[in-house]
Design a protein around this ligand. Structure first.
Ligand code: NAP
Length: 256
């Protein structure tokens, strides 16, 4: 049976780790050639190795999504490497720090917005024209449940992710009739370095892990692969009538 992304090229940013790496692996399993991008070269090369070990095809391109010229070069490299860009998963993101709005460090605010919101804007700005000139494509922006609801002490992250959801709707309205569908996926708390080793450091604090797990009606945190499966479905023709949506993959978090 052909895979969901047979003969497609998929670009994933932030793919050296966590959700982005899982997207690369699931997309490759479904037949895609994957352009793995990240600021972290070692992890990115490791993702390529894991894809190849599983029988897939991938190439690493280093890029910082907060830098316009690097994003443009990345999208050019993806098209040059595999001939066309069918799917883009704009996933790179950072957590910032946990602090109330009134005490939030301005330099962290600027960086979180630059990577998590402006980075997605820059990626779509480069990806959409390449997709339009080559017969269409699909974009999935990795937002968050914090793109749908607020979370105390995460003002920059919450604002950026709400922005990603808004930007997703705008891009979908502008481009869906022209052949480019645009959606967002909104993960709940997922067991990646962002949550386990940094941010709330759930890996080091069992009581935090239990508190975070209890926030999800399903009773536990999610795995990167679970977000990757939803993302790849959104990238595939199986979701051909879905556009402008923010799909919560969150164990029921925002249903409460
Ligand atoms: P992760 O394991 O930390 O992976 C993120 C990757 O993005 C890292 O390899 C990181 O490199 C890279 N990156 C950071 N800044 C970048 C930049 N400017 N340009 C390119 N790459 C950059 O985190 P994750 O949990 O998989 O998160 C992936 C996405 O899911 C993020 O957008 C995050 O906000 C979102 N998300 C995560 C969760 C969660 O609970 N984990 C929930 C909802 C949404 P470095 O490690 O070198 O910084």
């Amino acid at each position: 049976m052909p895979g969901l992304l047979e003969d497609k090229t998929l670009l994933a940013t932030g793919a050296a780790s966590g959700i982005g790496r899982a997207v690369a692996l699931v997309a490759a399993r479904e037949g895609a050639r994957v352009v793995v991008s990240d600021v972290a070269a070692e992890g990115g090369e490791e993702t390529v190795r894991l894809v190849e070990e599983a029988g897939g095809e991938a190439a690493f391109v280093k890029a910082d999504v907060s830098r316009a010229e690097e994003v443009e070069s990345l999208v050019d490299a993806a098209v040059e490497t595999y001939g066309r860009l069918h799917c883009a998963v704009n996933n790179a993101g950072i957590e910032g720090v946990l602090a109330p709005l009134a005490e939030y460090p301005d330099e962290v605010w600027d960086r979180v917005l630059a990577v998590n919101l402006t980075g997605v804007y820059r990626c779509m700005k480069s990806e959409i024209p390449r997709m339009l000139e080559n017969g269409g494509g699909v974009i999935v922006n990795v937002a968050s449940i914090l793109g749908l609801v607020g979370f105390a002490n995460a003002p920059a992250y919450t604002a950026a992710k709400h922005g990603v959801v808004g930007l997703t709707k705008v891009a979908a309205l502008e481009n869906s009739a022209r052949g480019v569908r645009v959606n967002a996926v909104c993960p709940g708390f997922i067991e990646t370095p962002m949550v386990m080793e940094r941010g709330v450091e759930a890996g080091a604090h069992p009581e935090v892990m239990a508190q975070i797990s209890a926030l999800h009606p399903i009773g536990h945190m999610g795995r990167s692969e679970e977000i990757a499966e939803a993302t790849v479905w959104l990238c595939s023709d199986a979701s051909s009538f879905v556009t402008g949506q923010a799909l919560a993959a969150d164990g029921g978090y925002v249903a409460q």
